[in-house]
Design a protein around this ligand. Structure first.
Ligand SMILES: [Ca+2]
Length: 349
């Protein structure tokens, strides 16, 4: 009897062990099948293209927006903050908004410039946020959040690099813990828009951009050349977006001034939306089809080439230029331009 009982007990233990063992690969598989939600901070000088990117981010389940930090750029700090709040509210996102730099990295006063209308949002009386920015300063928020989540934070930067450079100066050891900075900036390998060689975000604060590139953390750069040509949103696509619902209508209205600007400059029919393209690069690996590992050098000497960013390709031997750089920049080279709008619409509608 005792022997039978002992055998039964052993059989039971064995059965339980087998059952537990069979669960191990299943648990492993399910963990692999559901990737962890990425923690991001979005840094923005909120005009219409930033607002469309914030809405895209708010509608994307891969990321958790820990906060939105604002700085002067396309519009002044107060207007940019209101625009960010309004965009998040229309997307149903409760992420907090923090005000940052109202002047350049050097402390110099900056005059906001935008082709997105006086309010940066098409001057269509769209901006009536219910909420307000938090008391905490944007740079303090960035540093605190990185400190609390070492090695986990990705910053998606849609404006000049001022807030980021200030954070790097104040607590370099903390900022070394940033996982990745995704930067909409530079002309990429194409022409500029602020000058023939410089892009607006870099031009607005070139010393800050230089500080960010030289700092050494990984930076993925999305330049103007990935959001031009076939990537530009056409009138027909704006009609589709507008008809897709309240959010799509809001985005379409906010682009009114820039569409007029393009038309007045002989480019009627389609416009660039680089901030949302940059956001999509950060969100959707299938959107990105080519990258270049390189060193990015931002020119800050006054003159015609001011704010140009030169990219030195890793592994390429130059005739005269040194190539013993820190290759911390990934330059997005090619994306699915033709599929850009459809990928955007699919997420926001
Ligand atoms: Ca922007």
């Amino acid at each position: 009897m005792n022997t039978d009982r002992r055998m039964l007990q052993r059989l039971l233990v064995l059965t339980v062990c087998v059952m537990l063992l069979s669960l191990v690969p299943a648990m492993g598989e399910s963990a692999a099948a559901v990737p962890a939600v990425r923690k991001v901070i979005i840094d923005t000088d909120t005009g219409a293209d930033d607002a469309s990117a914030l809405i895209l981010a708010a509608k994307s389940p891969e990321i958790e927006i820990l906060g939105v930090t604002v700085l002067v750029g396309n519009v002044d700090l107060e207007q940019g903050t209101r625009n960010a709040l309004a965009a998040l509210e229309i997307a149903g996102c409760e992420a907090s908004v923090y005000k940052g730099a109202g002047e350049r990295y050097s402390g110099e006063e900056i005059h906001a410039f935008s082709v997105f209308g006086t309010d940066g949002m098409g001057d269509r009386d769209l901006i009536h946020p219910r909420g307000e920015a938090r008391e905490e300063n944007a740079v303090d928020f960035i540093l605190r959040t990185v400190r609390e989540n070492p090695g986990e934070i990705e910053i998606i930067a849609l404006g000049p690099a001022t807030n980021i450079a200030l954070a790097m100066d104040r607590e370099p050891e903390t900022m070394k813990q940033v996982k990745m900075i995704w930067s909409m900036g530079t002309a990429g390998l194409g022409p500029g828009n602020a000058s023939p060689v410089a892009e607006f975000n870099v031009y607005a604060d070139a010393p800050a951009y230089r500080r960010m590139l030289d700092f050494g953390v990984p930076v993925t750069v999305i330049g103007l050349d990935v959001c031009d040509g076939e990537a530009q949103w056409t009138d027909a696509q704006f009609d589709t977006l507008s008809a897709s619902g309240e959010t799509g209508h809001f985005i379409t209205e906010s682009f009114a001034s820039i569409r007029e600007f393009y038309a007045a400059n002989g480019s009627a029919g389609s416009v660039m939306n680089c901030d949302s393209a940059a956001m999509l690069c950060a969100l959707d690996p299938e959107f990105v089809s080519g990258t270049i590992s390189c060193h990015g050098s931002c020119l800050t000497e006054p003159g015609e080439a001011y704010a140009q960013v030169i990219f030195y390709k890793e592994g390429f031997t130059y005739d005269v230029a040194a190539n013993d750089f820190d290759y911390n920049v990934t330059l997005v080279n090619t994306v699915d331009k033709a599929g850009y709008f459809a990928r955007y619409l699919d997420r926001v509608q």
